[in-house]
Structures are given as structure tokens and as C-alpha cells.
Ligand binder design. Structure first.
Ligand SMILES: NC(=O)c1ccc[n+]([C@@H]2O[C@H](COP(=O)([O-])OP(=O)(O)OC[C@H]3O[C@@H](n4cnc5c(N)ncnc54)[C@H](O)[C@@H]3O)[C@@H](O)[C@H]2O)c1
Length: 371
């Protein structure tokens, strides 16, 4: 599919619920895009969001059959991402899909493989990666300003909507994981993930979750997500051997602080009863706050989607970035299942041991084979 530079590309937004309207607003306001259609199973919702100059539909086929639509943005619940994205890719459309990329690693991988086979852009909307503050954090970490990363603490807690189908890790941690994947030079680790979760209100799924991820050279990252906290906290601390940064997203006056302070282990050993303690010294330096431009992250995201298509390259937060996040989430679900004496398979916790094959399902699979 060829596009000339500066010619707006046709796009449709699928899903006009809570998040879809933000995509609609940004695609409609972008010179890179010509928003053609808003598609939602609930046509009234689509109408409210689309405004007077954009078409609406409840039919995916109408979107996919329209030759003027070159790309789609999917903002429907996670369990539907895989099916919708595969249909769009098969129809030759570029796809940006909301986080999380899919509801399992296997389904996410199928999306990535199909996009690559078709030569189409598959992007994950990891929105925070397009915020000026996270871009500055990435610069600071990747330029070596912080030195070797020793620890990361990320806290994302408030009174959140208890989701009917996913636990708090799958709901909130994609943000923290996408940020870590973007900021850390080696991206997210793929093994050694630890996780604990708790459901103190009996909701049937973890409402409080803690994740640990190993970092190179014995560093450690920790993520805390929680739907039950009346106190809202959105903070990330990245501690390095040279400097440490604090991102406090609820403090617009000083969203990012860099501390020229830390702990050093002196090279020369000092005698005495406790040589280790005597070798530790504390650096006390300045704290400064980098200037950050004010810019809507989704505006940059839709620009990046267009640029990736035009330049025929992977987007900054491509399908593979989405897949790395899913890999951590799935490992976390395995840890939570082990904690409960269960096993995790395809989005559900089942009692440990081989799953029973129900009579009807067994009969159906025999019929399936006979077709
Ligand atoms: N990037 C972010 O910061 C951010 C923030 C919130 C939500 N999200 C993500 O956005 C996605 C949507 O979340 P939400 O809170 O808006 O959900 P929602 O339930 O409020 O809205 C989903 C909409 O999709 C529609 N829909 C469902 N299946 C459809 C289909 N097959 N075809 C057309 N329309 C369909 C529904 O009718 C509904 O209007 C999720 O993946 C969520 O994780 C991302």
C-alpha cells in the first residue's frame, strides 16, 4: 500500500467507550490522518464520539471493505484485540492496538507474526512512552547520566475499578512494564519474574499486586499496583550508581527530579571489625528538575504511527514491545497461580493437575476432527 508524504491517511477508530474518544480526538486533529469512521457495536456511543463530520458504523466489514481506510486503531476490551487485529491485518490495514496488545502471549505472537508476514505496521499504544517525562527519563538512563541502574520502584495505586475479567496486574501493570521496556537499554527482562497478589475483599481476582524483575548486575525492579488504595500515588524511582531520578506524575510543578546523591562503596578496604560498613560512603549533591515541554502523549503516538507506516519501519512501541509486556504479565500470572496451588492456562487459574475434559467438549472435538 503506497502513500505519498504529507497526504493524510484514512483511519478508523474501533471502540468508542472510555478510551476510544481520546484516540478519536487525536486522529481527528492530526494532519497525518483523515479520520473516516468510528466503529462501535453500540452505534449511539459511536455517534456521540464521532461528531458531525465523521461517519459511524457498527460493522467491522464496512471498515475493512473501505479502500480509503489504510489503518485502524483498536480501543476495545483486551480479549477482543486479537480477533479484531487479525481481521484488519488480513484486510491489509495497518493496526495500532490499545494496551495490552492481547490477552495472552500466544495470541499476541500470532498478531506480530501476521503483521510481519503482511509487511504491515502493528503498533501498541503504550501511551506513557510518548509523554515528555518518560522520554526525558529514557534519555537520562540511556545516556548513562544515572550510571548503572541499581533499583527501580514503581507505584501505581488508587481506588480503581475492579475489572470483571482481569486482575490488577493485567489492568495497571502494562503501563509500568511498557515504561520500563522503553527506558531500560536492554528492555524488559524475559525471565526471573516474581509476583505476589492479594484479594482481601473477595473480588475473585488479585486487587493488590507486586511484581519483581531482575536487572543486570544484581539490580532489582519492583512494581506495586493496587485498586484498593484511597491514596492515589503515581511515582517511579530509578536509582543509579551516579544519580537517582524521581518521577511524580501527580506533581506537575516538579514532575521529574534528579538527585545527585547516592551510596558509594570505597575501593580501598579499611580495617576494623566490620570492614564492609566502614567502606560505604554517602554522596550528598544537588537536586535538579529538568524542564519538560507540555505536549499530549497521544498526539505524539498518532504521529509516530503515521511515520512508521510512511517510513516502512517498526513503530517505537511496536507489536514486539507489546509482546514483551505480555510475557512478563503471563509469568506473573503463573506465579500467582502457584501461590494459590493452581496452574494458569489461557487467562484462567485452574486447579493443579491435568484439566478435566468435559464430555460435551470431547464430543465436539471429535466432530471437529471429522469435518
Ligand atoms: N492507553 C491508555 O492509557 C489506556 C487507558 C484506558 C484504557 N485503555 C485500553 O483501551 C481499551 C478499551 O478500554 P475502555 O476502558 O475504553 O473499554 P470500554 O469498555 O469503556 O469501551 C470499549 C468499547 O468497545 C466497544 N466494542 C467492544 N467490542 C467491539 C467490537 N467487536 N467492535 C466494535 N466495538 C466493540 C464497546 O461497545 C465499548 O464501547 C482496553 O484495551 C484498555 O486497556 C488504554
Amino acid at each position: 500500500m503506497s502513500t505519498t508524504p504529507h497526504q493524510p491517511m484514512g483511519i478508523a477508530v474501533i471502540g468508542a467507550g472510555y478510551w476510544g474518544p481520546n484516540l478519536v480526538r487525536n486522529f481527528a486533529g492530526s494532519p497525518d490522518w483523515d479520520l473516516k469512521l468510528v466503529c462501535d457495536l453500540d452505534l449511539d456511543r459511536a455517534r456521540k464520539v464521532a461528531g458531525p463530520h465523521v461517519g459511524v458504523t457498527d460493522s467491522l466489514e464496512r471498515v475493512l471493505d473501505d479502500p480509503e481506510i489504510q489503518a485502524v486503531a483498536i480501543a476495545t476490551p483486551a480479549r477482543t484485540h486479537h480477533g479484531l487485529a487479525l481481521q484488519a491485518l488480513r484486510a491489509g490495514k495497518h493496526v495500532v492496538v490499545e494496551k495490552p496488545l492481547a490477552d495472552s502471549v500466544a495470541r499476541g505472537r500470532e498478531m506480530v507474526d501476521l503483521a510481519e508476514a503482511q509487511g504491515l505496521v502493528l503498533m501498541t499504544d503504550h501511551t506513557f512512552c510518548y509523554t515528555p517525562v518518560v522520554q526525558k527519563m529514557r534519555d537520562l538512563v540511556q545516556s548513562g547520566e544515572l550510571g548503572q541502574i541499581h533499583f527501580i520502584d514503581s507505584v501505581r495505586i488508587n481506588l480503581g475499578l475492579v475489572q470483571p475479567d482481569i486482575d490488577v496486574l493485567w489492568d495497571l501493570a502494562p503501563h509500568d512494564l511498557a515504561i520500563l521496556d522503553h527506558v531500560l537499554p536492554g528492555g524488559l527482562p524475559s525471565t526471573g519474574i516474581g509476583a505476589t497478589g492479594a484479594d482481601p475483599i473477595g473480588a475473585g481476582r488479585a486487587c493488590v499486586g507486586h511484581l519483581t524483575l531482575p536487572l543486570p548486575d544484581d539490580g532489582l525492579a519492583h512494581v506495586h499496583v493496587n485498586w484498593l488504595s484511597p491514596t492515589k500515588i503515581r511515582q517511579m524511582v530509578i536509582g543509579g550508581s551516579r544519580r537517582t531520578l524521581l518521577w511524580d506524575d501527580l506533581n506537575p510543578q516538579q514532575r521529574l527530579s534528579v538527585f545527585d546523591r547516592g551510596v558509594d562503596l570505597a575501593r580501598t578496604s579499611v580495617g576494623g571489625e566490620d570492614p564492609t560498613a566502614s567502606r560505604v560512603s554517602y554522596r550528598l549533591g544537588d537536586t535538579w528538575s529538568p524542564a519538560l515541554p507540555e505536549r499530549e502523549a497521544l498526539g505524539s503516538m498518532v504521529t509516530e504511527f503515521a511515520a512508521a507506516i510512511r517510513e516502512g519501519r517498526p513503530a517505537l512501541t511496536d507489536g514486539r514491545a507489546g509482546l514483551r509486556v505480555l510475557e512478563v504479565l503471563e509469568q506473573a500470572s503463573h506465579r500467582l497461580a502457584e501461590q494459590a496451588g493452581k496452574t494458569y492456562a489461557d487467562g484462567v487459574m485452574v486447579p493443579a493437575g491435568p484439566p478435566p475434559v468435559p464430555q460435551q467438549a470431547a464430543a465436539a472435538s471429535v466432530l471437529e476432527g471429522a469435518r
